[in-house]
Ligand binder design. Structure first.
Ligand SMILES: Cc1ncc(COP(=O)(O)O)c(C=O)c1O
Length: 266
């Protein structure tokens, strides 16, 4: 408990000092059952033996090179993610917010180039949370996160979650629609299967890129590798982070083949 950290969060009065599996200990050795799991991050628990081994080996081998180099492990992970979801291309960043930010950018580039330079708008849903970087914050449907930082990124509309009739408001100037299949910010709110099917249909009708934010629901959190498997509906871009690294900072997105092919690599 220090005066040197910015007060961005109301923290618990617990100094977390050690963890193993689902158990967390404070400095005095008091034991806690860690139901929070880093907010859907530590899916494999704290200090998992296999992860310790892998991270230690990598730290002794190579820490960092710029993206100008190829990395075998990075390519293997991308391939695994593709085979777990659908054909496409993967982008890696460090967090869920960056994953969503990247997905929104790729979608905008796609719709500007393939449809019209004015097809740039974004849509999300009431109660959603998509991260704290500027665009991710701007498309977050829960006001309290963004209100103190206005003006946010414009050209955005928030529609009611699970309302089929409101999907008509997604029109042809919309570049992308971002949605969580289960919202987790104000309780636990699953999307209706019929609504998700209608959303997919509407995005196809107006040429909008459909982004599933699986930062929280992905990587086995709902019993399948991805929550979209429960709905039998595929997005154009799938974003992930959190449990992918079990606490190691990694996130990214998978863009389906027709969208992932357009990014400039010069
Ligand atoms: C659905 C969803 N999207 C995005 C984010 C942002 O992820 P990160 O905190 O890794 O930037 C979160 C974080 O809670 C989330 O739950």
């Amino acid at each position: 408990m220090t005066d040197f950290l910015l007060d961005t969060y109301a923290r618990f009065p617990i100094l977390a000092s050690r963890g193993k599996g689902a158990i967390l200990w404070d400095e005095q050795g008091k034991e806690y059952l860690d139901f929070l799991s880093g907010i859907a991050v530590t899916n494999l628990g704290h200090c998992h033996e296999k992860l310790i081994k892998i991270v230690t080996e990598q730290a002794k081998t190579l820490w960092h090179v710029s993206n100008f180099f190829h990395l075998k492990k990075q390519e293997e992970l991308a391939e695994k993610l593709v085979s777990s979801a659908f054909p496409g291309k993967v982008f890696f960043g460090n967090s869920g917010a960056e994953a969503n930010e990247g997905a929104l950018k790729l979608a905008r580039k796609h719709t500007r180039e393939h449809f019209s330079p004015t097809k740039t708008k974004t849509v999300s849903f009431s109660g959603s949370f998509h991260g704290r970087t500027f665009w991710a914050l701007s498309v977050t449907g829960k006001d309290r996160f963004g209100e103190k930082f206005s003006p946010l990124v414009g050209g955005h509309k928030v529609l009611p979650y699970n309302s089929i009739q409101d999907l008509e408001k997604i029109n042809t100037d919309v570049s992308s629609v971002i949605v969580e299949l289960i919202q987790g910010e104000r309780g636990v709110y699953p999307a209706d299967a019929e609504w998700i099917a209608s959303l997919r249909k509407r995005c196809d009708e107006v040429g909008a890129v459909l982004i599933f934010d699986e930062v929280q629901t992905g990587i086995g959190r709902t019993g399948t590798m991805w929550a979209f498997e429960h709905f039998n509906i595929q997005p154009d871009i799938l974003t992930f982070a959190k449990a992918l690294g079990n606490g190691f900072p990694i996130g990214g997105f998978l863009a389906s083949k027709n969208i992932g092919g357009i990014i400039w690599t010069g």
